[in-house]
Design a protein around this ligand. Structure first.
Ligand code: SF4
Length: 378
């Protein structure tokens, strides 16, 4: 089975390899999710109190310096909630990260209920628009060769039915735009001056061509990259309530639409194996993810971590948990991938926390070993 990899997605924005360096805004989070222990997924330096973003990036860059040549770094605000805290303070931390040598952009992990309008405005204006994927290999030749022609990227490209730009013919642009708006929930389709067949219709509706030049000139600017990684975790309200996420599925759905509607690339994070969920639920998650304008998806298996509320629940009632074996989890991942819209890139599909922090299940597998198991389901 083929799926879009994260490196393929990133190659659409950068002409060379980029590597994430995890940092923390060190401003905590408003959540009390039963499964969470930040120490299990954050490098020790990022949780060292008082360490500045620059110092964290230095520590992370030193750690990755022996891993081959790179084009740049993405500062990854991974720990806790990367948009929690006073907006001006957050922006100063993001800007500090952007000043670090070779940092080409940010990845910010956060909750769907922690995005205020001021911050969204900053994201929208300061960073690349999600459609500015001008290195995308699928379009690159056209971009290089056909600058005199026109290019239409309707929202259908990111909508539930995922019509790729290549398949949008001039004669069907209007219909595609109308349909895209109905499935994607946007107020308008965007039109880009750029590359498209010469027979572009003269009578293309005025209102669609309004942001034409602004979008195109932005497309040619060198703004930093941004991906917002939203913790969705489940699309079932009963599960979200049980793990005390503090928000429901509708909140995640609205946040994804709001971000994408502002042109901000957005990824989702899901946990597979939460109590009470099974294969039918994973399938539902995949369908719901595919119906939204997501750019990336990150999956990980449920792990019961030390020091969490879930550890207490598990020790008191182990029978309430059906923890997945590697094979069952691989089956679930393959099910999700089959259902997932093909342009959504899979960021990661397994999580490896330090074994000293994991209560159960103890797989003892490296990501590559899990990938070999997953291959059997393809
Ligand atoms: S998973 Fe929940 S508790 Fe953990 S950092 Fe995110 S919001 Fe906070």
């Amino acid at each position: 089975m083929k799926y879009r990899t994260m490196s393929d997605y990133l190659s659409g924005f950068f002409p060379g390899k980029v590597r994430k360096i995890a940092v923390s805004a060190q401003m905590g989070c408003p959540g009390c999710c039963t499964y969470c222990n930040n120490a299990a997924f954050s490098p020790a330096y990022s949780l060292t109190p008082g360490l500045s973003v620059t110092e964290q990036l230095e520590a992370g860059a030193a750690f990755t310096s022996n891993k081959g040549s790179i084009y740049g770094y993405l500062a990854y605000f991974q720990s806790y909630t990367g948009t929690y805290g006073p907006t001006s303070k957050l922006i100063s931390l993001y800007e500090e990260a952007l000043r670090f040598p070779l940092v080409k952009g940010l990845v910010i992990a956060t909750r769907p209920d922690c995005l205020d309008n001021e911050l969204l405005d900053y994201f929208q204006n300061r960073f690349q628009n999600r459609f500015q994927n001008r290195f995308d290999n699928r379009f690159r030749n056209r971009f290089d060769n056909c600058l005199d022609n026109r290019f239409v990227l309707s929202n259908a490209h990111q909508g539930a039915e995922s019509v790729r730009a290549e398949s949008v013919r001039a004669e069907s642009v209007r219909a595609e735009s109308v349909r895209a708006n109905s499935v994607g929930g946007y107020s308008a389709s965007r039109v880009y001056d750029g590359f498209f067949p010469e027979d572009f219709p003269e009578d293309f509706p005025e209102d669609f061509s309004e942001d034409f030049s602004e979008d195109f000139s932005e497309c040619l600017s060198e703004k930093p990259f941004l991906l917002i990684e939203l913790g969705v975790e489940s699309t079932l309200d009963r599960t979200l309530a049980a793990v005390r996420r503090g928000h429901d599925w509708e909140c995640s759905r609205r946040a994804i639409l709001e971000l994408a509607g502002r042109g901000i690339p957005v990824g989702a994070h899901l946990i597979v194996g939460l109590p009470g969920e099974g294969m039918d639920d994973y399938l539902l998650h995949a369908r719901r993810m595919s119906g939204l304008p997501l750019s990336t998806l990150k999956l990980h298996q449920l792990q019961i971590l030390k020091g969490t509320r879930m550890e207490e629940q598990y020790r008191a009632h182990p029978e309430a948990f059906s923890l997945l074996t590697p094979e069952k989890y691989a089956e679930a991942v393959s099910l999700i991938l089959r259902e997932l819209r093909p342009d959504i890139a899979l960021d990661r599909f397994v999580s490896v926390s330090p074994s000293s922090m994991v209560v159960a299940p103890s797989w003892g597998l490296k990501p590559a070993e899990f990938a070999a198991i997953l291959e059997r389901f393809f």
